[in-house]
Ligand binder design. Sequence first.
Ligand code: GDG
Length: 476
Amino acid sequence: MSSKSDFVVVANRLPVDRVVDADGSGSWRRSPGGLVTAVEPLMRKRDGAWIGWAGDATPEGDGPLPPFENDGLSLYPIALTENEIAWYYEGFSNTSLWPLYHDAIVPAEYHREWWTKYVAVNQRFADAAAEIADTDAFVWVHDYQLQLVPKMLRELRPDVRIGYFLHIPFPPTELFTQIPWRRQIVEGLLGADLVGFQTPGAAANFLRLTRDLLQLKPARQSVEVDGRTVRVRAFPISIDAEAFTDLVNSPDVIARAEQIRHDLGNPRRMMLGIDRLDYTKGIDKRLEAFEELLDDGKISSEDVVMVQVATPSRERVEQYRMLREQIERTVGRINGTYGSVGNPAVNYIHRSLPREELVALYLAADIMVVTPYRDGMNLVAKEYVACRQDGTGALVLSEFAGASLELKQAFLVNPYDIEGLKAKYLEVLNADEADLKKRMRAMRRYLQRHDVMHWAQTFVDDMDAARERDGRGSAR
Ligand code: GDG
């Protein structure tokens, strides 16, 4: 493993999880996420390294964790103590920033001790990046947990080129300025050479903030700060569409999809939701609209069945525990009224499923319902489209998901509008097959050209183009 890297990814999590084996020894298991698929080819080509937290607590007083290799990737684990996990991660990241950046769907809470740990942990990530990055390296920092890293890293290593990408929405000034440490966060991000967002709207919110808060003079896609140009642009993230095509063609997955429909009692229509159990995802109203259609006698549970996978998430955060209770009460009420023995109206799964099972569900479902109140992108919507090889199936998609700007042929809905949701469900349930196919084919064509490799390459190319303009040669 070489000690310096030319391409460094800095993300809250490593692309592996630490697992404790039966004999008590520890090992690493790859956690296949979109990000690792996207950057893996670049990492292999360019002596890459990945800095991130391994997902478990390190006892107070223990030293730094040693770097290691996994499947040819150089990984640098960042140690977090129980207290840092509680304050930096569950606290400031997930109880202050996450709700605020998602339109304050639940109120954001601010605590000074959370912020102090956020600063300290960001510094640890920046120190690690400064240590590992080779001269002139490209360091790519990811997401809301690490917004201070670009500036911290620039102070330590003015030679490296820094890219930053935010995976979640970026709120308008009116919301953002709630944060007691708002200035530090904007200045933190402005340490990068390129700040990427999921949508042009998010990029515009950020640029406006540099004017409102720091009195800078932003242009359409950049802002000058301390004699440097920081470029600010949208790079909508995507999925590894080809990997989904491979899974969809696997005989086991095809057989499993048939089995799922059979187990559901071969309904005329199967509706599907797959989300992390998160209050941003709109699972509650999605179910309520389904329930009201049953109440109104517009649909019957023999005819239309709903499957909702709600993957456990952030279970130590109070709002997530409350949400789980609320959703499970709703599911219980619907099934108590409309289910029969062996045939619930809503099939609810609160577990993480293997990817093959998810794909079998995508394949089995006639209607995918993706109704977040706010979502940076939403990969589930794209995954469903990638899995509909024969062009059948329908996507109901929230206007407030970044994906709605690209998947324009989806059935778009306002997820807050229950009457609108009900009307959209009925429209889709009764839609003409030819119309559905036309829509699906157009969305598939778009996705083939805009997969996650395209996303990563576009970001890196943008960094390179700026470098060439500066006369510093290519990043590749
Ligand atoms: C953030 C932003 C943005 C879900 N359940 C299981 C499972 N999943 C996989 C899905 C999908 C991913 O997790 C979820 O991605 P989303 O994009 O839908 O949502 P977030 O987790 O909120 O992601 C979002 C994204 O970052 C990327 O930038 O799109 O807006 O919020 O890939 O398939 N995977 C497996 N089992 C499950 O039970 N294996």
